[in-house]
Design a protein around this ligand. Structure first.
Ligand code: D5M
Ligand code: FE
Ligand code: ZN
Length: 514
């Protein structure tokens, strides 16, 4: 059975877990004995290599000129299913089709009875908001109640109305939402805090040590302040400031066995920039021995490119129908091993309401995205995998945190630092009214009541991870090459990476597929 043409060679390499550079494939195809050259290339590939490159082929071809190296015909049954191709693919690899399942390189002998996966905070189906003014009052009141509860033990606090009637010079404390942040003519900062009773202005002097903390404040976040009232009792001079924060002593939970999760996001199927080759390589890698402990796949939103998300987006669409985009995404999902447990939340490109919290997909979309029976939950949601809690949030608020905060606190190059700010504020999207749209519900689903062990976001298309008070923050990059918009604003996406987390140690390794 001869190897005819590049497509056949690509299929053959894919079935053995390799992607190939185009030129490498044409080199093999042009050889006198393509099948033999392919065999030797595969044999000579370094253990950790995923991509057959031109130089791999050239090395074999150069060696082939040496008469001591055999370049004889391979046995006729070389490419039959025996040997390298597992039986469950049910046939010869000679007729692969684009929608066939990739071939397994190893038996994944994971034991499903060892797994556990629980979801918390999925608000799908629990939306009560009508968007009325009263709903906004209720959601901010709930935010203040719950985040204030984490601060009230730390300061001797009084309601705003009580502080308003205290005499000048009194010591005062307050827990409230940041209503307004202004600089004064003399360079100090005036921060208005609001609680259920009213507001009170707090002045941070520019020469106080925490003046630079003012840079980190966002409107609508919950804070506590302590200080001294001015002589006329009209303002308070801030002596200390507290965030709900993650306790420094936080000890994350870990899994009892060596098991891993792949944390990805922003697949953007349907975009012309969707990186099919990188995805193929990722899916193929999941079948390899190196990936045998990867038993969970978490996807933090932007499954598809969507339609009408940004102006002129249509020009960059590969698939224009939204349902067809999800069909295509489902085909991509089918490529990964069927024994992975998959959890996914929507993002701003997905076909659910844009305002957060975003409920999980509707039934029609769930039916479409049914490959491997994923758990589909709201943005945000917390998934606890073998004891390790992972807060999944798409990450639209990160654009805002990065825009508002100084470069060293939050930037596109270090997206995990922007995530630290959200952990400190114990809220996934503190500021209302900018990029982040809020759907008011009776409850503020965006509050981080519990400290997660892992915080997983996407959206900014940049890979970055690190630990904040022992919480692992991971922003997972994307599977979309740079778009025209991103080019115009100098965003260089990290495309084709999969961060893999050891759930027993919370260590991260990054696999690159592009
Ligand atoms: O977001 C990907 C990143 O790029 C995120 O940081 C927003 C930014 N982005 C991309 N396109 C636009 C437009 N047209 N306006 C503003 N910001 C944009 P994603 O959710 O994948 O689009
Ligand atoms: Fe995205
Ligand atoms: Zn996004």
């Amino acid at each position: 059975m001869p190897l005819e043409g590049p497509a056949r060679i690509v299929s053959e390499l894919t079935s053995r877990g390799y992607n190939a550079e185009r030129e490498a494939v044409t080199h093999i195809a042009a050889a006198d004995q393509p099948a033999a050259v392919l065999e030797q290339v595969v044999e000579g590939m370094p253990d950790d290599a995923l991509v057959v490159r031109t130089d791999h082929v050239e090395a074999v071809l150069a060696a082939g000129e040496d008469p001591s190296v055999s370049t004889g015909d391979p046995p006729a049954d070389q490419y039959d299913t025996t040997g390298s191709v597992p039986a469950e693919t049910g046939g010869s690899v000679s007729a692969p089709t684009s929608d066939s399942e990739p071939n397994a390189q190893i038996e994944r002998n994971s034991d499903p009875s060892l797994r556990s996966l629980e979801i918390d905070g999925d608000m799908t189906g629990d939306s009560t908001g009508t968007g009325e003014y009263e709903d906004f009052v209720a959601v901010f009141r709930d935010r203040l109640e719950r985040l204030g509860g984490k601060l009230r033990g730390r300061v001797n606090h009084r309601p705003a109305t009580a502080i308003q009637s205290m005499p000048g010079g009194s010591e005062a404390g307050m827990v409230g939402l940041v209503n307004d942040i202004r600089s004064t003519a003399s360079g100090h900062w005036l921060i208005e805090l609001e609680d259920a009773t009213g507001t009170f202005p707090w002045l941070v002097m520019k020469d106080r040590e925490f003046a630079d903390m003012v840079d980190q404040l966002l409107c609508d976040e919950v804070l506590a302040m302590e200080g001294t009232l001015s002589d006329d009792a009209g303002i308070a001079f801030v002596d200390s400031m507290y965030f709900p924060d993650v306790p420094r002593t936080h000890e994350p939970s870990t899994a009892d066995r060596h098991v891993q999760a792949a944390l990805i996001s922003d697949v953007h199927v349907g975009s012309q920039e969707f990186m099919a080759d990188a995805w193929d390589a990722f899916a193929d890698w999941l079948y390899t021995e190196q990936a045998q402990h990867v038993e969970y796949l978490l996807i933090a939103g932007d499954m598809v490119e969507g339609v009408g998300v940004y102006p002129n987006q249509d020009d960059e669409l590969d698939v224009v129908d939204i349902y067809e985009q999800y069909e295509a995404f489902n085909e991509r999902l089918k490529q990964v091993p069927g024994d992975l447990d998959i959890v996914m939340i929507p993002g701003n490109h997905d076909a659910v309401r844009l305002a957060e919290p975003q409920p999980g997909f509707d039934d029609r979309l769930r039916d479409i995205m049914s490959a491997h029976d994923p758990q589909i939950v709201s943005n945000p949601s917390t998934v606890t995998v073998e004891g390790v809690s992972i807060l999944m949030y798409h990450g639209v608020s990160l654009d805002e945190v990065i825009a508002e905060l100084p470069e060293e606190k939050a930037s596109y190059d270090e997206p995990h630092k922007a995530m630290y700010q959200l952990l400190k504020k114990r809220h996934v999207a503190p500021q209302f009214g900018g990029h982040t749209r809020l759907a008011p519900e009776e409850e503020d689903f965006l509050v981080m009541d519990e400290v997660p062990d892992i915080f997983h976001t996407g959206h900014v298309h940049k890979l970055g991870f690190g630990k904040y008070h022992n919480v692992l923050a991971i922003n997972s990059g994307c599977w979309q090459a740079q778009t025209d918009f991103q080019k115009s604003v100098n965003i260089n996406p990290d495309s084709g990476f999969a961060p893999i987390v050891d759930l027993d140690t919370l260590d991260v390794t990054v696999q690159k597929f592009s």
